[in-house]
Design a protein around this ligand. Structure first.
Ligand code: SAM
Length: 305
């Protein structure tokens, strides 16, 4: 600990650099696991700063790897840092960091997709949803293969106010890689809204959004069609777009939040009128068709023999 102008700052004791840790523990980045390591201290500090004021905060870092961002988070003066890392090769290096910051770091060898973050922090952090966010942050430089399922899981947690959002509107600071964040590396900071923009069940919103983006380069009516069984597809899709006041020739990326809200609200009404509609699954219908076609082909071949 070092004191500066009356403010107590936490400073890690001298440690090998991240580059040296990588050499010491022979931590080769595995391309198949989309691993790449941030060694630039300006970048790791910038990511930690993007999370906001971390002084005395509780933080979970997802996929710390050799620990570049981890050090920046610790230097920001957090109360507790939970590290969830899937690859066992990184655990000894992270344990070394934990020893350098006694009582502050918990190292968990686990998978963030299944790890129960909702039980990982003390109950005194819990805030009402409408209050300011709790002093709890999730930070991570995610491999892109994990970022998509993880963010979908967390969005569902937000809607149910469970998992890491059991504590309130927990803030996320995530580094997305190419495509998901559009440029090479993008730091995105999320704070859940008090009031959702679309007041419909998560699974319904997910189904509508997924269907619209199924054909991301085509007009949005292509995606809307697959929400409906073949027999009524064209007619129902047209009806849905008209009631939602959405131009069928917009591309998925051109639709606004307002468009999606209208589409979800109209689809909800249609599902309420026809309770079998929500269970309809376009992919299953396709699979069933293919199965029938194959069976038919097999039967015809047998007849020939
Ligand atoms: N945070 C480090 C950095 O910025 O240098 C490493 C970033 S690397 C892109 C992603 C890290 O996430 C790797 O350490 C990888 O082992 C870890 N990881 C991948 N999938 C994970 C999962 N499901 N749960 C926890 N960690 C995971």
């Amino acid at each position: 600990m070092a004191a500066s102008r009356g403010v107590t700052m936490f400073r890690l004791p001298p440690l090998p650099t991240i580059g040296e840790v990588i050499k010491l523990f022979k931590l080769r980045a595995v391309k198949q696991l989309s691993q790449n390591f941030l060694l630039d201290l300006r970048l790791t500090d910038k990511i930690a700063r993007s999370a906001g004021n971390l002084k005395d905060a509780y933080v979970c870092e997802v996929g710390p790897g050799p620990g570049g961002i981890t050090r920046a988070i610790l230097n920001a003066g957090v109360t507790e840092l939970l590290l969830v890392e899937k690859d066992p090769r990184f655990i000894p290096g992270l344990q070394m960091l934990s020893d350098a910051a006694p009582g502050k770091v918990r190292v968990v060898h686990g998978d963030i997709l299944t790890y129960k973050l909702g039980q990982a922090f003390p109950n005194h952090l819990i805030k009402n949803w409408e209050d300011d966010p709790p002093d709890l942050h999730i930070i991570g430089n995610l491999p892109f293969s994990v970022s998509t399922p993880l963010i979908i899981k967390w969005l569902e947690n937000v809607s149910k106010r469970d998992g890491p959002f059991r504590y309130g509107r927990t803030q996320l600071t995530l580094t997305f890689q190419k495509e998901v964040g559009e440029v090479d590396v993008t730091v995105v900071h999320f704070t859940p809204l008090v009031q959702p923009k679309i007041e419909q069940p998560f699974k319904l919103v997910e189904k509508v959004v997924q269907s619209v983006f199924q054909f991301r380069r085509k007009y949005c009516h292509h995606g809307i069609r697959i929400l409906f069984p073949e027999a009524t597809r064209l007619e129902k899709a047209e009806q849905m777009l008209m009631l939602a006041d959405v131009d069928p020739t917009l591309r998925p990326a051109q639709l606004s939040m307002f468009h999606f809200k209208n589409l979800c609200d109209v689809y909800r009404k249609m599902c309420d009128e026809d309770p079998s509609l929500f269970a309809y699954n376009y992919r299953e219908e396709l699979r069933e068709k293919r199965r029938k076609k194959q069976n038919f082909k097999r039967t015809s071949d047998d007849d020939w023999i």
